[in-house]
Structure formats: structure tokens, C-alpha cells
Design a protein around this ligand. Sequence first.
Ligand SMILES: C[S@@+](CC[C@H](N)C(=O)[O-])C[C@H]1O[C@@H](n2cnc3c(N)ncnc32)[C@H](O)[C@@H]1O
Length: 251
Amino acid sequence: MSVNRKLQSTEEESLRPQEIFNEQWKIYQKLLNENFMKHRDIYNILHNFLVNYFPQPFNMLDFGCGDASFTAQALLNTNIATYKGIDLSTQALEIAKKNMEIIPCNLTFIQGDFSQLDSELINLHIQQDKFDVILISFALHHFQLEQKEDFIGQLKHLLKSGGVFILIDVFRREEEDRETFLTRYRDNLAKYCSTLTAQDYSMIENHISSCDFPETQQTLYEISQKQGFNRFECLYRDDNFDASRLLCIYK
Ligand SMILES: C[S@@+](CC[C@H](N)C(=O)[O-])C[C@H]1O[C@@H](n2cnc3c(N)ncnc32)[C@H](O)[C@@H]1O
């Protein structure tokens, strides 16, 4: 391979993650603009919850924060004292930093993999802290059931007593299997997301078929209870598509 060719392919390789991110980010923005996953409703409820539950300063850890655009809206005019956002994507974190500038608190953004909670990086940033709120929004459903249970078990040690784990995610109906859920989800996407192109739809389809493993609410309650959490509450359930929910799991 000539030097020029080598340089060109290195350049292409380094452009690729940015391009992939841009492509996926654009599609995700379309879903958010159409409120398909109900972010507007959910984060409004989250804002009210944070205002009422924390009359005193609180700190938050946000796993899979993405660009934190809705989190920033939910945190406006709350008593947030410190916020830590973790994400795999450096590109998303760069946008998150800008979106969170409107929140006057101590902000930290960490590029890391939250499936490796015992890794050195994660250890360095979060294991010595205790949090009042741990948020994970539309990211836990990528884990298999056993991983979800291990992860929730570890969260318990990161929360202060009286702290709350807030899970925003897609859920299967009770007695619904994964295939039935995915078919229902695909049908709703095709029916209600008018701005998606055929290519967008096929990218989402590939993503959900290979990466989405939603549980039922009951399963989440059971594994949380097994891991020592003692109170649960569903603050939002999407009556329309019956997929997105907001659960509070209290320590
Ligand atoms: C669907 S987006 C959700 C973003 C935001 N929380 C929201 O509700 O709009 C999922 C985010 O989780 C991040 N993510 C997925 N798995 C992750 C992991 N194991 N560690 C860190 N971030 C992860 C992705 O990079 C992405 O930004």
C-alpha cells in the first residue's frame, strides 16, 4: 500500500465514527422531534418530581446521558448541586456540555462504558461518590436480563440512603414476548413517524432487532427487589404506544 493510500484510509477511518454518529444522531433527533418516545411528557414529569422530591441540594449521575438536551430542561430551576453524565460517545458528550451550560451546578462529563462499572475509569469518577439520583434513560434495554440485574445491584451501592434510581425506558407489556413487542414497535414507527426516510427506518430496524431487549415492568421490580430496593413507583406510562415508562426505584 502506498503512503498516500495509507494516509487516505487512516483519514477515512477517523472520519467514520463522526459520520456514523451524525447519521444516528439525525435519526434520533427526528424521533425526539416527533415525540415518538414521549421525551416531552416524561421529562416534564421528571422536572416536577425533582422539584418536589428535592427541596434541598441534590446530586445526579446520568448513565448514557447522550446530548443531555432533555435532562437540561428537566434540571432547570431545580436544586441540582452536582451533575455527572457518562456516555460512550465523545461527540454526544461535546453537545451535552453545551446543552448543560444553562444549569448552574458543578458539571462533569465522562467518556466511558457504564456496563463496566468496576473499570478503573468509572471507579476514578464515581465509586467514591454517593448520589441522590441515578438516571438512566433509554439505555438499559440494551443489556440482557442478567446484566440488568447485576447493574441494578451495583447502583444500590452508588446511591445515598433515601436516594432514587430513575429508569426511563421502553417496556414490554406483561406476557408480551420480545418478538411481539418489536413488531408492535416497528408498526408504530411506520405509522406515526412521518419524517423517517426508508433508510432511517431500516437503520432503526437493524438497531432494535439486534440491540433492544426490553423487560416488563414487573420483571424490573422483581430484580430491583432482589437487589435490595424496597419501593417502586411508575410515574409515567405512555397510553398511546404503550412502550415508554418512567419508574422510580427507591433505596
Ligand atoms: C437512546 S440514547 C439516550 C440518550 C438520552 N439519555 C435520552 O434519553 O435521550 C442512548 C445513549 O446511551 C449511550 N450508551 C449506550 N450504551 C452505553 C454504555 N454501555 N456506556 C455508556 N453509554 C452508553 C449511547 O451512546 C447513547 O448516547
